[in-house]
Ligand binder design. Structure first.
Ligand SMILES: Cc1cc2nc3c(=O)[nH]c(=O)nc-3n(C[C@H](O)[C@H](O)[C@H](O)COP(=O)(O)OP(=O)(O)OC[C@H]3O[C@@H](n4cnc5c(N)ncnc54)[C@H](O)[C@@H]3O)c2cc1C
Length: 380
């Protein structure tokens, strides 16, 4: 599918006066999962993003293959990665996972999700916040954008860590956000079965890790730091040099490692805006799908008359809260593992290598947002 550039200049006609039943702000993993879940529900769904759908990737785009299958987007897969390697200064271990990762093409995946979103409409607009001078008796929210105000009774913030539709003041480096940066050099496709490679080395990230995601003819190589004050550009360059690839086509972003409320001021939050990125692994695509689907199902209940907005907000918040213990556990590990002496960590990684232990650990990990959830719904 051709990718249009984001509308500029005269093309940015005012959106003022637009009204929708559901307004989804953000057209990445979470926002598109919400819109997809609303297909066929008979609601007017409007999706806004400052860029065209699929225009700007900000991640290494690796997700569990069973999730890409469940979302109907396997055509976007560039390389399947059945193994993971973990390397420390004292050695390397290779695990065969009970499920595989797949590296995918961001634009193709987004278009694949959008193709399943039925009659939802899309506009490029920068979302600026909620109008604060609205009539309290009016059930509609008024969302300010750089193309004018848009009204809707049901509003989702899937805008990433900035969480634009809530109170400001959550900024790195004070906020609990990790930072990641990667390069995307062209490489010869790797022969045989690929692995998602992870390095846990303090010389690259004092508290964090580095990765290489082979994706067909390119590799996505980067460094993530749980400590937002630590810079990641030099380590990313150093890793690229070590792997004898060019440090080109940089992309980076912040990603959350702590949950935030799933609802605020009658707005639904899904994906990074609700802190759904998993601590320790920094994996946020699968969870953006998962909570996006949960949110979409609650909205669907409202637009089909099966529930009212308050009930939907309460149910979605309860669903989110039910996952808090797993997030807390992962956050504790995120704090603990970087503090371990590297030799102890290496020993632990080796001790985990027997297949039944790998199956158990990675089975637990997938269970925290299992792809079977995507198939359980009522989508038309
Ligand atoms: C370098 C790096 C690599 C990563 N690699 C992986 C990985 O391989 N696998 C994985 O699972 N996770 C990875 N993550 C984490 C993952 O990218 C995020 O958790 C995930 O993107 C969250 O999805 P989301 O839809 O909630 O938010 P985002 O993907 O951040 O999408 C937010 C959307 O909102 C739009 N937007 C933002 N502000 C505005 C505004 N004011 N107005 C209009 N639109 C706006 C953006 O354009 C974007 O489309 C990585 C993160 C980084 C930084």
């Amino acid at each position: 599918m051709t990718l249009r550039a984001t509308k500029r200049g005269d093309q940015r006609t005012p959106l003022g006066g637009e009204r929708a039943d559901v307004l989804v702000c953000g057209a990445s993993f979470a926002g598109l999962a919400v819109a997809r879940e609303l297909a066929g529900a008979g609601a007017e769904v409007l999706v806004l993003d400052r860029y065209e759908i699929g225009e700007r990737a900000t991640s290494a785009c690796a997700a569990p293959t069973p999730w890409l299958e469940a979302m109907g987007v396997t055509a976007s897969i560039r390389q399947e990665l059945p193994d993971m390697t973990f390397t420390t200064p004292h050695g390397s271990v290779r695990y065969r996972l009970p499920w595989s990762w797949s590296a995918f093409d961001y634009a193709e995946l987004c278009h694949g999700l959008w193709a399943q979103a039925g009659h939802a409409r899309f506009e490029t607009a920068k979302v600026e916040g909620l109008a604060e001078d609205g009539d309290p008796a009016d059930p509609d929210h008024v969302v300010r954008t750089d193309r004018g105000d848009v009204r809707a009774p049901l509003v989702v913030d899937a805008l990433g860590w900035r969480r634009v539709l809530d109170r400001p003041g959550y900024q790195p480096p004070a906020a609990p956000l990790s930072r990641g940066l990667e390069v995307h050099p062209h490489v010869a496709p790797t022969a045989g079965e690929g692995a998602l490679d992870v390095w846990v080395e303090r010389s690259l990230a004092r508290r964090g890790y580095a990765w290489r995601v082979p994706a067909g003819g390119e590799a996505r190589i980067g460094v993530g730091s749980y400590e937002p004050r630590d810079h990641v550009k030099e380590p990313t360059r150093a890793l690229a040099e070590r792997l004898s690839v060019d440090a080109v086509r940089y992309q980076g972003n912040w990603f959350p490692h702590r949950l935030r409320p799933a609802i605020a001021g009658n707005v639904f939050f899904a994906g990074d805006s609700a802190g759904h990125c998993f601590p320790l692994s920094g994996e946020g695509i699968r969870t953006a799908f998962y909570f996006g689907i949960a949110c979409g199902r609650e909205l669907r209940a409202v637009v089909t008359g099966a529930a009212d907005r308050d009930a939907a907000l309460a149910r979605y918040a309860a669903f989110h809260d039910a996952h808090a213990p797993a997030y807390r556990r992962a956050l504790r590990l995120q704090r603990l593992l970087p503090a371990l002496p590297p030799r102890v960590l290496t020993g632990l990684l080796r001790a985990l290598a027997p297949q039944p232990l790998v199956d158990r650990a990675f089975g637990w990990y997938l269970d925290q947002a299992h792809p079977v959830y995507a198939a359980d719904g009522v989508r038309a």
